[in-house]
Ligand binder design. Structure first.
Ligand code: DLL
Length: 435
């Protein structure tokens, strides 16, 4: 029998009780941060707000925002709120020192994160009778470890596959009758295509559900994956700064993702003015972690553009819902689930002796992201010998892979052949239709 909720009392709590719980947690959290994070204390002092001014959620707006720039300034330990000896884990995003997010967790933090992922798996119909194949990357990326932990909590038989090696994924899926697949939607689509090429029909595939996230995907893509794999596909959202996957998850109604708001309080703000917008408005999503110990985020600006809704949900959960993110307020691209900033590409080009004259072209072909970078040769590194060009392209692709964690196709082009723009250079051509 499918168990509907993982933590029913929380997931179906009345709005009043939830507000009360959030308020109690916030008051404690602000004090914890103020007392233990000099960086944030300074931000609060500058804004003239003290822990005593925060009596509940209604006072949240008084607190200063945290941004990625703060994370960069405070790297690596400046936002740590617990002694390192109380921490048991780090997770991180790809990128250079400046762009890399390094998040710390106590055992309590790992537990609450895994509970969030367990709620997501349960909402997708997962129970202890399921075989859950986790094909998100393991290691520093939060996808694999988060869903792995959630799967254990639910009691599923967990297949810790990590991403890649698609033939092996398929062999394990078929031989061990995996019933739930967790990975990025583009990888799910790729596994689906490969199964199809190998002659499997949806009814031959043991899967019943998929939990897909870490990158934008459309409803068309959802329908296509559902048809190829013969499953129901659920969205899951999260970010390293707040823990990882499981900050929000979809239920059977599939009209947005329930935010685990007993742990993460969501606000929508006007990205220009910082003003808090009423429910239903489109703006930047901001999260406050209410009870994370080691790496608490107070009013962290995600840069994701989103809408919140408190409409009653047929699944019975009362947790607020967020729409699929509708874009970003910065220039971050998500390619095959990996966060890529154009500035990282510039850094590699300069390190490798090129000028920053380049163009990134991203597309989605058969539900898979393609990633090409056209780079101008400079007069200094110009050659018209094909073998030399190929070697240079390969070496540059390797340097990009080291920096970004994914492999672009590099095309070296003649000096001055990329059109110059009068104003802002058009560095990115994203042909994917993600929303
Ligand atoms: O992507 C955590 C995650 C892992 C989420 C596995 C879901 C599943 P980061 O690498 O820090 O963390 O990237 C966070 O990815 O701010 C969004 O822009 C984007 N993102 C995450 N989930 C979704 C989603 C993980 N379901 C950034 N839809 C976030 C659209 C998503 N964008």
């Amino acid at each position: 029998m499918s168990q509907k909720y993982y933590q029913k009392e929380i997931e179906t709590m009345s709005a009043e009780d939830m507000k009360q719980l959030q308020s109690e947690k916030l008051v404690k959290q602000v004090k914890h941060v103020y007392d233990n994070v000099p960086y944030y204390k300074k931000l609060m002092d500058e804004k003239g707000v003290r822990p005593e001014d925060i009596h509940g959620i209604e006072d949240l707006h008084k607190l200063p925002f945290l941004t990625k720039a703060d994370l960069r300034d405070a790297y690596p330990y400046g936002l740590l709120a617990k002694p390192l000896e109380d921490c048991v884990r780090i997770q991180s995003t790809s990128g250079t020192t400046g762009r890399r997010v390094v998040a710390f967790y106590t055992q309590h933090d790992v537990d609450l994160w895994e509970d969030c992922c367990a709620r997501a798996i349960t909402a997708a119909g997962g129970t202890k009778s399921d075989v859950c194949q986790v094909a998100y990357g393991y290691g520093l990326f939060t996808g694999g470890p988060g869903l792995n932990g959630g799967s254990h909590k639910v009691g599923c038989l967990t297949l810790p596959m990590s991403s890649g090696n698609t033939d092996r994924q398929i062999q394990f899926m078929m031989d061990l009758s995996a019933t739930i697949l967790c990975c990025t939607p583009s990888y799910a689509a790729y596994i689906g295509e490969t199964l199809k090429e190998q002659g499997y029909k949806p009814e031959d595939i043991p899967l019943k559900a998929g939990i897909f996230g870490a990158e934008p995907w459309t409803d068309e893509m959802r329908r296509s994956i559902e048809a190829t794999l013969g499953i129901k596909a659920y969205d899951i959202y999260g970010l390293t700064e707040t823990t990882g996957p499981g900050v929000a998850f979809e239920c059977s109604e599939q009209t947005g993702m329930h935010i685990n708001e007993d742990h993460f309080y969501a606000e929508i703000i006007d990205p220009e003015t910082g003003e808090v917008l009423p429910e239903g408005s489109k703006g930047e999503l901001v999260f406050t972690s209410l009870d994370k110990e080691a790496f608490p985020m107070l009013r962290y600006r995600t840069r994701d553009i989103c809408v919140l809704s408190r409409k009653k949900c047929s699944c019975g959960r009362t947790l607020v819902k967020m729409a699929k993110p509708m874009g970003r307020t910065d220039d971050m691209l998500i390619i095959r689930g990996v966060n890529v900033f154009p500035s990282q590409i510039e850094t590699v080009l300069l390190n490798e002796g090129y000028e920053p004259n380049y163009q990134i072209i991203v597309d989605r072909v058969s539900n898979n992201d393609t990633f090409e970078i056209n780079v101008e040769m400079t007069q200094g590194v110009f050659t018209d010998k094909v073998s030399e060009i190929l070697a240079m392209e390969k070496s540059l692709a390797n340097a990009m892979k080291t920096m970004l964690g994914i492999n672009p196709t590099i095309h070296l082009v003649a000096p001055k052949s990329i059109s110059r723009s009068e104003g802002k250079a058009v560095r990115v051509i994203d042909k994917r239709k993600l929303i």
